[in-house]
Design a binder for this molecule. Structure first.
Ligand SMILES: Cc1cc2nc3c(=O)[nH]c(=O)nc-3n(C[C@H](O)[C@H](O)[C@H](O)COP(=O)(O)OP(=O)(O)OC[C@H]3O[C@@H](n4cnc5c(N)ncnc54)[C@H](O)[C@@H]3O)c2cc1C
Length: 565
């Protein structure tokens, strides 16, 4: 009872600074001639105390670029950037667009970590989400309820700050992305995956409640119990149904440290066999399963090693304190690489222990001993580091700082992320890791991840799309392959884009079903046929017409335009 009261109070406090505002309605709709976004926004601002609008080149340029660094074109430029002080400001903006003669695009921009202009609002208004809470906010936008075991996080908050706030109470969320400087709203609009997803599901499977501004400008609180269809639509919904202004994330006792493991494999079959042994039939709390090693690791990923010594190749996961491999280790790995035709694989795992978690250092050591005995990696090529839980989760940030210092962060990133059925992962490895990606070594810069997840941890009611194709639809395990490259030299971008196209062409020719994660397609027909497929497309369209009938939200995704066809 008390917990419920505390929950209600926290939720109320969260929106307190917004609900007191009376939103303008009388001025809408403006006359047709006045319906350009800038004119509409000027009108709007008279009624919104703390919000700001900018149309200057600096603001507009920043809002038309993203981490991909290859989409800046006049067509992706917004007319203006909107800096809201609270969710109600965003709702007023969306209502203004909806009421104008030709509704203009409105896109939430978290940190712009998309790679293909997904957060752009061509000719419309980009909402600078980080300004929520900066401009005159009176309440904490990261409110931890220790009693309720959750954190209420603003959609603009980055996961690194969510972690920090929760850890102050000995708690933490349990599903992460590899990189923590992404916004809560941004990752929940996709899925949010990492090496914990096999056990706990993606981040979208770890949400209790959302506050959303829909495409009609309504502010709705939704959950599995309340407005469930909107809740499911928004999670993995690519920003199409609502702007997430608050997410309630469940918290659990946080471990203190991680034994961080890298095991080298000479072939894909051995790697994937071990990865699957580690993840199959895992339930929360299950550390046994049918196989001795099932569930022993808390985090399971993997990668393809072709340029393991390069700064860019290893940027995403160097421990902050020291290199994972000594020079002597690297020489032994290189020798194996030469014997194996230049391609090796690495299983990356972690066992958490200590802190408020239920695993002791001794338990972690026993688990590690078992893994090193049972798994079929190349003997002698097992590397273990002991780091704090925060160092482990925030490992990519250390790499980011190095790349920034070397001027290699703000370069084009033609990334390609795919979900593939387990039954075809070895065909894919043979054709892509040993084929397409090897044909032009000049385009080999950047990590290539490969790791499995359990379908059962994903909720099919949500909008995120998993690989499907007749008979293999029901496969319990599917793989993610992330080709995360940086174009640093002349011609790299073109070469990498050609290779990405060659990868998907290879899948098509070989009949390997796949869907893109962090997807991008240029036309609605491709979205419908290649990404969603008939049944899921029908549901997506139906939800769009219900929650954003004027196609205002996230037009940078290029899924819908106005009027909705
Ligand atoms: C270095 C790096 C590492 C990454 N690692 C991972 C990883 O390990 N796992 C993983 O799953 N992803 C990963 N990503 C991808 C990341 O999840 C996406 O880029 C995601 O979009 C988050 O970025 P963002 O918060 O900057 O969102 P943006 O790029 O700003 O927005 C992305 C999309 O979401 C919409 N959006 C943004 N905020 C909201 C909101 N509050 N409500 C509704 N819609 C919104 C936008 O309109 C846009 O369509 C990584 C990206 C980078 C650059």
């Amino acid at each position: 009872m008390i917990a419920k009261q505390v929950q209600e109070k926290l939720a109320a406090l969260f929106v307190l600074n917004c609900v007191l505002k009376t939103l303008p309605t009388a001025a809408w709709p403006p006359a047709a001639a006045e319906s350009s976004p800038v004119v509409v926004l000027d009108e709007l601002l008279r009624d919104l105390g703390n919000a700001e609008i900018r149309t200057d080149p600096d603001a507009v340029s920043l809002a038309s670029t993203d981490f991909g660094n290859n989409v800046s074109s006049p067509t992706s430029r917004p007319a203006a950037v909107f800096y809201p002080s609270c969710a109600a400001d965003i709702a007023a903006l969306v209502r203004a667009s909806s009421a104008s003669a030709s509704p203009f695009p409105v896109s939430a921009r978290g940190r712009g970590h998309s790679t293909h202009g997904q957060a752009a609002a061509p000719g419309g208004v980009v909402v600078d989400m980080p300004s929520l809470g900066r401009r005159g906010a009176v309440v904490d936008r990261l409110a931890v309820s220790v009693e309720g075991r959750y954190v209420d996080a603003g959609g603009e908050q980055v996961w690194a700050d969510v972690l920090r706030a929760a850890l102050a109470h000995g708690l933490a969320p349990r599903s992460w992305t590899d990189y923590l400087h992404l916004t809560v709203g941004g990752t929940l609009s996709n899925a949010g995956i990492s090496g914990q997803a096999f056990r706990h599901g993606p981040q979208i499977s770890n949400v209790l409640e959302l506050d959303v501004v829909t495409g009609t400008g309504e502010m709705v609180t939704c959950s599995k119990e309340k407005e469930a269809d909107l809740f499911h639509a928004v999670l993995g919904g690519l920003g199409q149904f609502g702007i997430i202004t608050r997410a309630r994330i469940p918290l659990f006792p946080a471990p203190a440290r991680a034994r961080w493991v890298r095991l080298i494999y000479a072939d894909a079959a051995a790697l994937t066999r071990d990865q699957e042994r580690l993840i199959i039939n895992i339930d929360d709390g299950n550390r046994g399963g049918g196989d001795l090693v099932a569930g022993v690791m808390d985090y399971v990923e993997g990668s393809v090693l072709t340029d393991y010594q390069g700064l860019i190749g290893s940027w995403r996961s160097q421990p902050p304190s020291a290199s994972f491999f000594t020079d002597a280790d690297a020489a032994r790995v290189a020798a194996l690489a030469e014997k194996s035709g230049g391609v090796l694989y690495c299983l990356e795992g972690a066992l958490y222990y200590g802190g408020a978690g239920d695993t002791s250092a001794e338990d972690a050591d026993k688990g590690l001993e078992l893994l090193l005995r049972e798994l079929r990696y190349a003997r002698g090529l097992a590397f273990v580091q002991d780091v704090s839980y925060v160092e482990f989760l925030d490992r990519v940030h250390a790499g980011e700082l190095k790349l920034r210092a070397a001027g290699l962060w703000d370069v084009p990133h033609p990334w390609l992320n795919l979900f593939l059925p387990r039954s075809r992962i070895l065909d894919f490895a043979a054709g892509v890791f040993h084929g397409v990606l090897r044909r032009d070594d000049r385009a080999a810069v950047g990590p290539v991840l490969v790791y499995p997840m359990n379908r059962a941890k994903w909720d099919p009611e949500m909008s995120a799309v998993l690989p499907f194709s007749g008979g293999v639809d029901e496969e319990e395990v599917f793989y993610t392959v992330a080709v995360l490259r940086s174009a640093v030299a002349d011609g790299d971008l073109r070469r990498m884009e050609e290779q990405n196209a060659a990868v998907t062409r290879f899948c098509d020719d070989a009949g390997i079903p796949y869907v893109q994660y962090l997807p991008y397609y240029a036309t609605q027909a491709e979205w419908a046929a290649r990404h969603f497929g008939p049944g899921r497309w029908a549901r997506f369209v139906q939800r769009k017409s219900k929650y954003d009938p004027k196609a205002i939200l996230s037009r940078g995704q290029k899924i819908f335009s106005y009027p909705l066809a």
